[in-house]
Design a binder for this molecule. Structure first.
Ligand SMILES: *Cc1c(COP(=O)(O)O)cnc(C)c1O
Length: 378
């Protein structure tokens, strides 16, 4: 079936729930056994919950995976994925990625003997060199937050597989509607469902979708053993959000691309970083592995701090806030907000200057959004 149909129906069959068209919220921590030593399909909600399972089955269908898993946050999903590894394991990690992921590697897992070596995965030769030393996994984020750099999923997964390394791809920015990493040979897809999958800025949640029964069993054991799972109320809300994912993503894409084109012509703007613009250095790759660009992109502003403060304080429709992927438009200054947990040195190395602005373009009328930016930039 088509993606739009799966987004509405996968994971839930009304016949199993008294005809309820929407999946019920099973707000129950435990489930009565049928008989001595005979549990029903669910026994305890950390191990499994019917509402969570409906979402997890839907996620697996949308990403084309063997099994999906829902977690309390995106970081809980990342933590669970990293618990697949052991002390002494070395991971090759894209050098440009979400600040919280970098912090998890550096301030939590490095102390436990799981090390990250940062490599610019746009450079396949650099990856080949890095893979010459044994690596347990390659960690990808594409497009990257906030620089909108892309990684060639087919090329990287092929190289990693040839060297026996697992591949993990953070697909938060595009959602499965615009990019399906498993189709390109990736082993594990990761989401902050807080962003586009839920889409309404009222839940924090995360997901992993894996390919292969062996990985599915290992991640399932970890989700239960670690207790990182999402609660039923949040799973319900994410499922409700997913039903409109296709229409939301199309509109996010249209609005953001129109604003990116408008900003590219604006005299106060030095550079627009958006993979749907022909000026993006990886435009051809974007056309190959993505079917759209979503609503998030960034740009560099001229005029130093004065211009920056004027813009951040001047917007009225765009809200100055972290996060992305919701129906409302947000403006973010990565250096002082989402990526403030990185040292100034690391930010500089990555290319996250004080002049960089990230927009999460929502579903308001595009003319109002452009008028808001025009006013604040004037
Ligand atoms: C927000 C985000 C995360 C972390 O997810 P939370 O739900 O905030 O824990 C991970 N990766 C990317 C790309 C993100 O944008």
């Amino acid at each position: 079936m088509h993606f739009k149909t799966l987004a509405i129906h996968a994971g839930h069959n009304p016949k199993d729930h008294l005809g309820a068209v929407m999946p019920p919220i099973y707000q129950s921590s435990t489930f009565a056994f049928r008989d001595v030593a005979q549990p029903g399909p669910f026994d305890y909600s950390r191990s499994g919950n019917p509402t969570r399972k409906a979402l997890e089955d839907c996620l697996a269908a949308l990403e084309g995976g063997t099994r999906g898993f829902a977690f309390a946050t995106g970081m809980a999903a990342e933590t669970t994925a990293l618990m697949l590894f052991s002390a002494g394991d070395r991971l090759i990690v894209h050098s440009d990625l979400y600040g919280g992921t970098y912090r998890l590697f550096e301030s939590v897992f490095r102390n436990k003997g799981i090390s990250a070596e940062y490599v610019d995965l746009r450079d396949l030769e650099a990856l080949r060199v890095a893979l010459a030393t044994p690596a347990a996994a390659v960690w990808i984020e594409t497009p990257t937050n906030p620089l909108m750099n892309l990684t060639d999923l087919a090329a990287v997964s092929k190289l990693a597989r040839a060297h026996g390394a697992l591949t993990i791809c953070d697909n938060t920015f595009l959602s499965p509607y615009f990019q399906r990493p498993l189709d390109f040979g990736i082993d594990i897809v990761l989401h902050s469902m807080t962003k586009y999958l839920n889409g309404h800025s009222d839940v924090v949640a995360g997901a992993l979708v894996v390919k292969g029964e062996d990985l599915a069993a290992r991640v399932g054991e970890l989700q239960n053993a670690l207790g990182t799972c999402a609660g039923p109320q949040d799973c319900y809300l994410v499922m409700r959000g997913i039903k409109t994912l296709p229409v939301r993503m199309e509109e996010h894409h249209r609005n953001a691309l129109a604003i990116a084109r408008w900003l590219a012509e604006h005299p106060a703007v030095a550079e627009v970083l958006h993979p749907g613009l022909e000026s993006h250095p990886q435009y051809a790759l974007a056309q190959r592995q993505m079917t759209g660009c979503g609503g998030t992109f960034s740009f560099r502003l001229k005029g130093g701090n004065e211009a920056l403060y004027r813009l951040l304080r001047g917007v009225k429709v765009f809200l100055l806030a972290e996060s992305l992927g919701g129906v409302e438009s947000l403006i973010d200054h990565p250096a002082t907000m989402t990526h403030a947990s990185l040292s100034a040195d690391v930010r500089r190395q990555m290319g996250i200057g004080d002049d960089l602005i990230r927009l999460s373009v929502g579903l308001e009328h595009v003319d109002d959004l452009i008028a808001d930016l025009a006013e604040a930039l004037s």
